[in-house]
Design a protein around this ligand. Structure first.
Ligand SMILES: Cc1cc2nc3c(=O)[nH]c(=O)nc-3n(C[C@H](O)[C@H](O)[C@H](O)COP(=O)(O)OP(=O)(O)OC[C@H]3O[C@@H](n4cnc5c(N)ncnc54)[C@H](O)[C@@H]3O)c2cc1C
Length: 418
């Protein structure tokens, strides 16, 4: 604006300016921050324990935002086994221990609510062989890699039988998955990968570009490698189902029971806000959170991974992208993208090594894949953004470490893996 057109007005003093800024800040706090602060004090919600509260489509679909959270454990308690962490690993350990050792007092201590960690907010692609099969192949050869693969395949099979046996509706779909070559040169990697699997006696199918185009209606990728053994699942529904089942098996599940301190010994002492637990054996199943308790600091690297879920696609949108097999999709970039359909036909996109919540994922990555969805320029097509802290282990291999105090670590895949 030209100086001559500027309206004459009073000069604002520095003090008045600061007072105005403070008032403005208070206004922003009242409107933007205070409701969230009050919200986080709601006793029926899990506490905002570890990171930003997630806007998690899976929680919503599993009724976990409104569902009852178990009360915290209180007082001095002697138990046979304490399981710390209510994700897939902890609940799977509790499930197996309760079945193997009926009559033992098993208490599961979960800081927020079961499934609150990575288990309730992941992509839900059950990818058999991950994360360590390549490493095992390289270091120990095809036979050992096949054994590793079969063990992880058993994990998926156990999710299936668990869901059948206990009537857990976790939207498990045995769809398979396809890795898509992001560049022409990446096709070589897919061919090598197929050859490796051939040596392990496992059949994967190479898909050329026209076939991939006809399957998922995309021009972006150059071909794919299909693994028919993979599946997709609603992770929060699985976690909720696991909690219900272990409770029926007699496991005492205490939620809102964050372990603040652990003193090892022949009897392990665990301290939470309201309880002191003396346990003969302890299973630590804290995944990427373990270093916060001072555990496995040199073995677990917490990484952040984010995902976003769109609104359900319309029939027209669904038809425009094909994807009739509904399989999980990945690409070959090191900063890879993965995506899958939910039971109500949302696309759940995930991104490895993302540094921030991912509402813009569908626009950023989905547009390249399916421009026909018309998401160009719509940065926030992602309806729900979620993320978490999975822990990376050296060589990506699950490990169990048994010490005098008794502990185990490693990522889990299902009710019987831990
Ligand atoms: C966005 C995202 C996408 C992913 N996608 C996939 C995928 O598609 N396929 C796949 O196989 N894997 C995926 N993963 C990884 C997978 O989710 C994890 O490997 C798996 O859920 C780990 O289970 P867990 O039980 O070891 O850990 P978690 O589920 O993290 O469980 C740890 C639990 O410990 C609790 N806790 C933390 N501190 C304390 C404490 N001090 N006291 C008591 N309790 C505590 C937490 O609240 C949490 O519930 C993804 C992860 C993320 C975050």
């Amino acid at each position: 604006m030209a100086d001559s057109k500027r309206k004459p007005g009073k000069r604002i003093s520095r003090r008045a300016f600061l007072a105005g800024a403070a008032l403005g800040g208070a206004g922003v706090w009242t409107v933007g921050v205070m409701p969230r602060w009050i919200f986080s004090k709601d006793p029926h919600r899990p506490p905002k324990l570890y990171e930003y509260f997630v806007d998690n489509y899976w929680f919503e679909s599993a009724g976990m935002y409104d569902g009852q959270v178990n009360p915290p454990l209180k007082g001095r308690q002697r138990v046979d086994i304490a399981v710390v962490g209510g994700g897939f690993a902890g609940m799977s350990a509790a499930y197996n221990l309760a079945r193997l050792l009926p009559g033992k007092r098993i208490v599961l201590l979960e800081g927020a609510r079961c499934g609150y960690g990575a288990s309730g907010r992941n992509g839900g692609i059950a990818d058999v062989g991950e994360p360590g099969v390549d490493y095992v192949f390289e270091t120990q050869g095809p036979e050992a890699a096949r054994a590793y693969y079969d063990a992880t395949r058993l994990g998926l099979e156990q999710i299936r039988t668990f869901a059948d046996e206990f009537g857990v509706d976790c939207e498990l779909e045995l769809t398979g998955s396809t890795v898509m070559a992001a560049g022409e040169s990446h096709l070589e990697y897919l061919i090598e990968q197929k050859q490796r699997y051939d040596q392990m006696g496992i059949r994967l199918d190479l898909i050329d570009r026209p076939e991939l185009r006809s399957k998922v209606h995309t021009e972006r990728f150059f071909g794919g490698l299909r693994n028919p053994n993979d599946a997709i699942v609603n992770p929060a529904k699985l976690a909720r189902g696991m909690k219900d089942v272990i409770e029926t098996l007699g496991v005492e599940v205490s939620e809102r029971s964050k372990v603040l301190r652990m003193d090892p010994g022949s009897t392990v002492r665990l301290v939470t806000e309201y309880a002191e637990v003396l346990a003969s054996k302890v299973v630590i199943a804290l995944n990427g959170y373990a270093p916060q308790l001072g555990l496995f600091k040199n073995r677990i690297l917490p990484v952040t991974v984010f995902a976003a879920a769109t609104e359900p696609l319309s029939e027209t949108q669904l038809t425009s992208i094909g994807w009739a097999d509904r399989e999980g999709l990945w690409d070959t970039r090191s900063d890879f993208m993965y995506l899958r359909l939910s039971a109500d036909n949302r696309i759940v996109f995930g991104r490895k090594n993302a540094a921030q919540p991912a509402r813009d994922l569908p626009a950023a990555r989905g547009c390249a894949l399916h421009p026909q969805l018309g998401w160009h320029g719509r940065r926030h097509e992602g309806r729900h953004a979620l993320g978490g802290y999975p822990g990376r282990l050296g060589q990506h291999l699950p490990r169990r470490c048994l010490q005098r105090r008794g502990c185990g670590d490693g990522p889990a895949g299902g009710p019987d893996r831990g």
